[in-house]
Design a protein around this ligand. Structure first.
Ligand SMILES: [Zn+2]
Length: 291
């Protein structure tokens, strides 16, 4: 067996391990395919985790919530195990680590997960070096063995294949989103940024219009950008409004006032928070009657 981990996940682990001096760690999510583990996500220990120099405990509520967010969007990945930091250069699993693995294999609470193996890598930050020793433990053997860990770019085909599977569900939804924006008369676009893993959906009326937004009236070119995290629609999109007058365009993040729920679509945000973008405001009509 071996494991493949994306640079992005390694960076996230490094960040967590350098954040505090004491022990820390988190969940590894991905997929076992053939004789390989492909690791696509790391979930940190959570706000209610406890850390000391030689031990720590996770915030299970936080980890499970984050895990559910990931699998809600990508049901082709699963929990592969836990990674944690050890003090100094101590790079072997402790008796507590073995106890933990035994608990996961045997404890009733975990039985519905039905693990037959667990990845339990150990991180050491020692003399400015960062080292991951990749341990695997199986349900039948119950001892830790080291298996190779290959760090690959996020664009590695095996990582992408898994992440793309995740996006199929999102992609179908986004097609429908784009369609509903078009029905509002908006010009639309969609981009995926590999570095931030954000999907950006743009919408603009395609002409200069007058709108009231947060009590400010202007007659300009407008563009809306919805930045969607991969856990969208569970997490609400961030909305950026660009206003272009004669001078340079100004982009500001706009708070969504509507109560977002996963049942909503982007067009709902426009109807609720930016109605002037699609329904011409009545001010001019009133003016016309005065003339
Ligand atoms: Zn340990």
């Amino acid at each position: 067996m071996k494991a493949i981990i994306s640079e992005k996940v390694v960076e996230a682990i490094k960040k967590e391990c350098t954040r505090i001096n004491s022990e820390t760690g988190g969940m590894l999510v991905g997929k076992e395919i053939g004789n390989e583990f492909i690791i696509t996500d790391f979930i940190g220990p959570g706000p209610n985790s406890h850390h000391s120099v030689s031990s720590f405990s996770y915030d299970p509520e936080y980890e499970l919530k984050e895990y559910e967010k990931i699998i809600n969007e990508n049901d082709s990945v699963e929990l592969l195990g836990w990674i944690h930091k050890h003090p100094g250069d101590f790079d072997r699993p402790s008796s507590v680590d073995l106890e933990f693995a035994n608990q996961v294999f045997d404890n009733k609470e975990w039985q519905e997960w039905d693990f037959d193996k667990l990845l339990m890598p150990i991180v050491n930050l020692f003399n400015d070096s960062f080292k991951i020793t990749n341990y695997l433990i199986t349900k039948d053997k119950r001892n830790f063995e080291i298996i190779p860990l290959e760090i690959v770019p996020e664009s590695h085909p095996k990582v992408q294949a898994l992440l793309n599977k995740s996006s199929r569900k999102t992609a179908n939804r986004l097609d429908a989103e784009i369609e509903s924006l078009k029905q509002l008369g908006l010009t639309t676009g969609m981009e995926y940024d590999e570095a931030s893993r954000l999907i950006t959906v743009t919408a603009n009326p395609g002409k200069r219009i007058s709108i009231f937004h947060r009590d400010i009236f202007s007659y300009s070119d407008f563009k809306l950008e919805f930045r969607l995290h991969r856990t969208y629609p569970v997490t609400k999109p961030a909305v950026f409004l660009t206003i272009k007058n004669r001078c340079t365009p100004i982009t500001t993040e706009s708070k969504i006032l509507m109560n977002w729920s996963p049942a909503h679509i982007l067009a709902d945000i426009i109807r609720f928070d930016f109605p002037d973008l699609v329904y011409p405001i009545k001010l001019f009509r009133r003016k016309q009657t005065w003339i």
